[in-house]
Ligand binder design. Sequence first.
Ligand code: BMA
Length: 311
Amino acid sequence: MKDRVIIRYKKNPILTRDDIPYPVSTVHNAGVVRHNGRYIMLFRSHLLNGRCVIGLAESGDGYSFTVSPEPFLVPAKQGIFAEYEEYGVEDLRICAMDDEYLLTYSAYSRHGVRIALARTTDFTSVKRIALISQPDMRNVVIFPQKFAGRYARLDRPHSKISPWSIYISYSPDLIHWGDSKVVMKPATYHWDEMKIGPGATPFRTNKGWLHIYHGVYRTMAGAVYRLGAALHDLDNPSRVIGISDDWILEPEDPWERTGYVPNVVFTCGAVPEEDGTVKIYWGGADTVMCAGSAQISDLMEMCLNNSREPY
Ligand code: BMA
């Protein structure tokens, strides 16, 4: 296996604050999807008061993005969402399902952080559907397919007595979720020993759903965020078939190692391509957006041939 499975785009970072036509200090942690042959990116930015909004950028090639003049999603001003989005909206994931896009994002407020769900068909208008978790929850990815008529999501509840682990939950209607089960836990004295969390929306391969997740290791100089890969059974996604023992990406470039939060690569989106590659997008040091590409077969091989135990 190559020592770097993800090939970084030569002109990283692909977006910085200077590309954003309104005042922000960061552009990071973006969900990305292909829509009508174009790449749509929904990225997080810190405003200059420290709270976050979601902006939109568009691209023909998946690397060179143009940012819309106004943010795409800002905290709601009225109704139930206003109470729970008061402090900002963050880390949005996009799931293409049944001719529409489901958007899951972190909603911050004086009550903590929980997950909100919205939908769009055109990335012009957006309709909020429901708050789909209690606090403390971030990082929810919905599988782009139903299983026995139910939606499935990976989530990451907060727990003080067990390291933060990835669960699966199901829903008949996208609003009520349950039947939860742990699917993956951090491994002791391993690169992801402190916590793990869902990353990009899982995508289908011939051997399973490939899920790119993040794992955190605590060092004397603070936490290091890296990316890993896991493969879930095609028909029963609660069954993890393999998890790469090695990480697939770690902070290396200067803009990944220094910034608002140093030593962070954090993904919310990956786009599989017809040529067998996948474009992976990550925030560098919670400050800039970066992209790279990997062979899907290499990622699958890492999950299947050098797997660690799910827990
Ligand atoms: C996590 C989240 C992410 C962030 C990461 C590194 O807990 O807040 O949005 O990228 O920390 O700061």
